[in-house]
Design a protein around this ligand. Structure first.
Ligand SMILES: *Cc1c(COP(=O)(O)O)cnc(C)c1O
Length: 379
């Protein structure tokens, strides 16, 4: 498929993804394994594309949320390590083992199911340290480990936790408490005779901020894509790291102009007639809407880039169409390229800016880009 014939497409910079990975590699050093998170279509960047790109730079693991994503990676012919970080249902345990995917376990029911099925599963135990999401309670860890010891076929590969409040704040008291808790759990598990386990806790923010969170594996997602987990994470970064860590956004989202027309002062644009032109204007019609992941609530503050210049969104965003003001951008013709997210000329619309329009976070902006829009590697 040639994206030049398409109306909407996403361009992915391989060099940006790989540079970001190398920055993380430098931060964690050679001994810590890196598990780029390619869940949710690699944060909208394209699961298959990113899986290949990160393996080219020797990603130790590819981390996903679910078994269907693990399957997609295996379908590429990839035989490297895969870690499933989300819940694997009991009916799919057999398949996870078949795919040779390591997966996280945090309840006894799953363990019993593995036992009954008599599967040689490679599992990671998720422990609760205060996020109150996935994770087995501290009081149940020893019982869980005792059970695992009896099940000779099961291989306990690692122990994981996840931070609750590391990217949303510059106050890291809670994250530090969770880290101390995890370190205690690690000590106890090792004292109980479990050796050579891989402990892992760090997402992007933790990986960037503190070496003490790295343990054996770092599960970095957003940073691989060249985005900061948050402004707060950047602000919290040690001074000596600020210059070294230059993350490069890897995704550009584009469309084309479908129509250009002049409207007179007093005319309205779009559904609900929420925008009324104050003066004679030129508008462009773009074949992209909220179905594609360009959310309806981006409309009020939203802009796009046409020939390196900003064009304001007019009125409401429709399901498949939106309208922009191109009155001040001369010499346009239909099928000229429009940048929804990324650079055009000297200007750039970042995922963070779009997130701000929509009252959300950069993570949601890129993961929302409709999955079956073509992703194309451009360098
Ligand atoms: C998504 C996720 C990550 C990656 O988080 P980033 O902030 O994108 O680096 C790490 N660990 C778990 C358990 C996750 O769900």
């Amino acid at each position: 498929m040639n994206s030049d014939n398409l109306l909407i497409w996403v361009e992915i910079s391989r060099s940006a993804l790989q540079k970001n990975f190398q920055i993380l590699r430098e931060i964690v050093g050679a001994k810590v394994q890196l598990a780029p998170m390619v869940k949710s279509n690699a944060y909208g960047h394209g699961l298959e594309i990113c899986a290949k790109i990160f393996r080219e730079v020797e990603a130790d693991y590819l981390a996903v949320n679910s078994i269907f994503e693990a399957q997609k990676i295996r379908d590429l012919g990839d035989s490297g390590k895969i870690y499933i970080a989300g819940y694997t249902s009991i009916s799919e345990l057999e398949k996870a083992v078949e795919l040779d995917a390591e997966f996280v376990v945090f309840n006894f029911e799953t363990l019993e199911a593995i036992e009954k099925l008599n599967l040689p599963a490679k599992i990671h135990l998720k422990v609760e340290t205060g996020t109150n999401r996935q994770g087995i309670q501290k009081s149940e860890i020893s019982k869980f480990l005792a059970k695992i010891s009896e099940l000779k076929k099961i291989q306990l590969v690692g122990v994981a936790m996840h931070f609750a409040d590391i990217e949303d704040t510059t106050n890291h008291d809670f994250a530090k408490k969770q880290l101390v808790e995890f370190q205690k759990i690690k000590t106890e598990i090792e004292a109980a005779g479990f050796q050579n386990l891989k402990f892992h806790a760090a997402n992007s923010a933790a990986t960037l901020l503190w070496d003490s969170t790295h343990f054996e594996i770092c599960r970095t997602g957003i940073a691989n894509c060249g985005m900061w987990p948050s402004e707060e994470t950047f602000l919290s970064l040690a001074e000596d790291k600020k210059e070294k860590i230059v993350l490069m956004p890897a995704l550009t989202w584009k469309t084309k102009i479908a129509q250009i027309k002049k409207i007179a002062a007093g005319e309205s644009v779009g559904y609900g007639r929420s925008f009324v032109a104050e003066k004679d204007s030129t508008i462009a019609i773009l074949p992209v809407g909220y179905y594609d992941g360009f959310a309806r609530n981006y409309a009020e503050k939203g802009e796009v880039l046409v020939a390196g210049k900003r064009a304001k969104i007019l009125g409401r965003i429709c399901m498949n169409i939106l309208m922009v003001d191109v009155s001040k951008i001369p010499n346009l013709k239909i099928e000229d390229e429009v940048v929804l997210l990324g650079k055009s000329g000297d200007d750039e619309i970042t995922a963070e800016e779009i997130a701000d329009w929509g009252g959300t976070i950069n993570y949601e902006v890129t993961t929302r880009i409709r999955e079956n829009i073509l992703r194309k590697v451009v360098d």
